[in-house]
Design a protein around this ligand. Structure first.
Ligand SMILES: Nc1ncnc2c1ncn2[C@@H]1O[C@H](COP(=O)(O)OP(=O)(O)OP(=O)(O)O)[C@@H](O)[C@H]1O
Ligand SMILES: [Mg+2]
Length: 215
């Protein structure tokens, strides 16, 4: 990481000894950290998807332009599995983007075990029963919601027709402004919310109809 000097310590005693000038500070080799990060390599891949050439072409176009997308199709045609794979074809995050995502996950207490940096674009798929606070952000201490946890990545609303109108309306502002402000008695907190918005649904409640794609 440019502009950041990283020293590795096994424990706080090592930090204290370093601050007292008793050690050079390099107790842990950084390759060990890299190894931990590499273990998180994603296992999802578009090669698992059979057929659906037209849909995949649309997905590639949407990913290239950062467009939002609605997939409408019958049950089991692969909408969810394709949506889950979209972050894998987005460009790698810049260092600045990695830090933005890491900060959001850090304050939310969601940094995966052993990780110091979020290297991959997030994929968030909140359930249609998720509360507005969980989606937009909120709570007593104004924590980031799903729109911010998906920042620089993908927010996927599966079974879009099951989401309430109130929930969908609440998404308008974060999508348009790419940031969300949450006011609480102790102040106003602004979190970024710049994500690719991917949605999927069946054509009707029974599930079956002709398949089509709309970007
Ligand atoms: N095109 C495909 N290639 C490979 N496997 C597929 C494909 N489509 C579906 N499958 C398999 O079927 C399973 C169900 O697919 P998926 O959940 O993506 O369907 P869906 O379109 O989201 O259905 P639903 O409308 O019920 O949510 C997948 O986990 C995968 O194993
Ligand atoms: Mg599905």
């Amino acid at each position: 990481m440019h502009g950041v000097e990283i020293l590795g310590f096994y424990d706080l005693t090592g930090v204290v000894r370093y601050l007292e000038g008793k050690t050079s500070g390099i107790e842990m080799h950084m390759e060990e950290n890299e190894k931990i990060l590499e273990e998180s390599e994603r296992i999802l891949d578009f090669k698992d998807v059979k057929g659906q050439d037209e849909l995949i072409e649309a997905v590639v176009l949407a990913a290239a332009g950062g467009h939002n997308m609605l997939m409408v199709g019958e049950p089991g045609c692969g909408k969810t599995m394709i949506a889950q794979r979209i972050p894998t074809i987005l460009p790698e995050m810049t260092e600045e983007e990695c830090l933005e995502v890491t900060k959001i996950y850090s304050i939310s207490g969601l940094l995966p075990n052993g990780h110091t940096l979020m290297k991959y674009r997030p994929f968030r798929a909140p359930h249609h029963n998720a509360s507005l606070n969980a989606l937009i952000g909120g709570g007593a201490n104004a924590m980031p919601g799903e729109v911010s946890l998906a920042h620089n990545g993908v927010l996927f609303l599966d079974e879009l027709a099951e989401f309430s109108r109130r929930t969908l309306d609440a998404l308008r502002q974060p999508i348009e402004d790419k940031k969300v402000s949450i006011s609480r008695v102790n102040g106003t907190h602004t979190f970024p919310s710049n994500f690719m918005f991917i949605t999927a649904m069946n054509p009707c409640p029974c599930g079956y109809e002709l398949f089509y794609i709309r970007i």
